[in-house]
Design a protein around this ligand. Sequence first.
Ligand SMILES: Cc1ncc(COP(=O)(O)O)c(C=O)c1O
Length: 415
Amino acid sequence: MEKSNLHFQKAISRIPWGTQTNAKRPYPFFEDVMPKYIERGKGCRLWDVDGNEYIDFRLSLGPVTLGYCYDEVDDAVRKQMEKGVLFSMASPIEYELAELICSMIPNAEMCRFMKTGADVNSSNIRIARSCTGRDMILMSGYHGYPDWFSTEDSPNNGVPEILKEYVKIIPWGDCEAAEKLMRQYGEKVACIISIPYDFNEDTSGEYIRYLRDITKEYGSLLVLDEILTGFRLGTGGAQEYFKVDADLAGYAKALANGYPLSTYVGKREYMEQLYKFKMTTTYAGETLSIAAAIATLNIMKREKVHDHIWKMGKRLMKGLQEIAKSLSLEAYAAGLPPASFLKINTPDQNYNERLEYVWHRELYRERIFANQRWFISYSHKESDIDETLEKAAVSLQRAIDAEQKERKNIQPFWW
Ligand SMILES: Cc1ncc(COP(=O)(O)O)c(C=O)c1O
């Protein structure tokens, strides 16, 4: 990690955190094994600045669904680049992508584009407020950095205190808390915005179906934040998988295989509200990312990408579970195959957390890049999964031994 560490020292002299993204901050406990900087990627593999090669299950925090430098997507971008990146009026490919998106996402009768997940969540909140004439929102899950979503994330974070009056948090999955808040504030609530699935063991969809019902009861809108679930669970996202019909929804990460594009979609009656106020930014129609998204979605449609992702995810889950069994560790594979995890389940919760943490350190040592959830891409082939499982077995055994020796110094924390 020599070059990584040296570069970090330089970077923090000019860049607070040395990076732009919270989750990409280095973990002190993984200091010697987790790279701080990545040089390049291809398929499901990454190379760090020291030249080490990894099989990657983090997929740049979710966006890379097909694989790094996926030729057909990058070729589409290069072709578009020859025409230009951004023009003085709209580009016709905006409509081409809108048609594709509306053909794939269940509630999408109209859509518009933005750049980030935070952008589209904010846009949907504005539409919900404008449509209902109400100011309050209830939220469940992480939705990005804007003030609305950051009222409670840390003290003195620059968010006006007064916003707490307008934003209330429902712990994800807690129907009782949702009901209580709606009973108290329902008539003032413009919308509930929620992630559909928390990448945990609750794969039932009951929570968001409950939110669907209670929002209807109070005349509030249901806004789904599909930033992580969209185009990852399937082409119709969580709406399709959990059979829930949202009023508005936001998609970003897996839409364009890593190119910066997001989209907010919804029923025509709500989306047409955009004729009444300004929701605008210069780069939302940037054509390289739009070309990337068109190529990505066409590949997903044509090649049954998600069948493969689920199949590889199931292979990984089965393998991890067998490894735990062979080591007599109380653990099981949990979650949905496109982003599963090994749930270490001994009666000692602190031990479970410590072991998980040391295991991840040892996975990095084996050049497996995974962070709590195992994201699968179309480029992970059976041989990649099998190589990963061999390394996962070695690293889990080593972690069990290390946990015993290092117990006092292990303080699990994830950014
Ligand atoms: C569920 C969810 N919503 C919103 C966001 C924010 O997206 P972005 O970082 O693109 O603004 C994220 C990012 O991690 C996310 O996971």
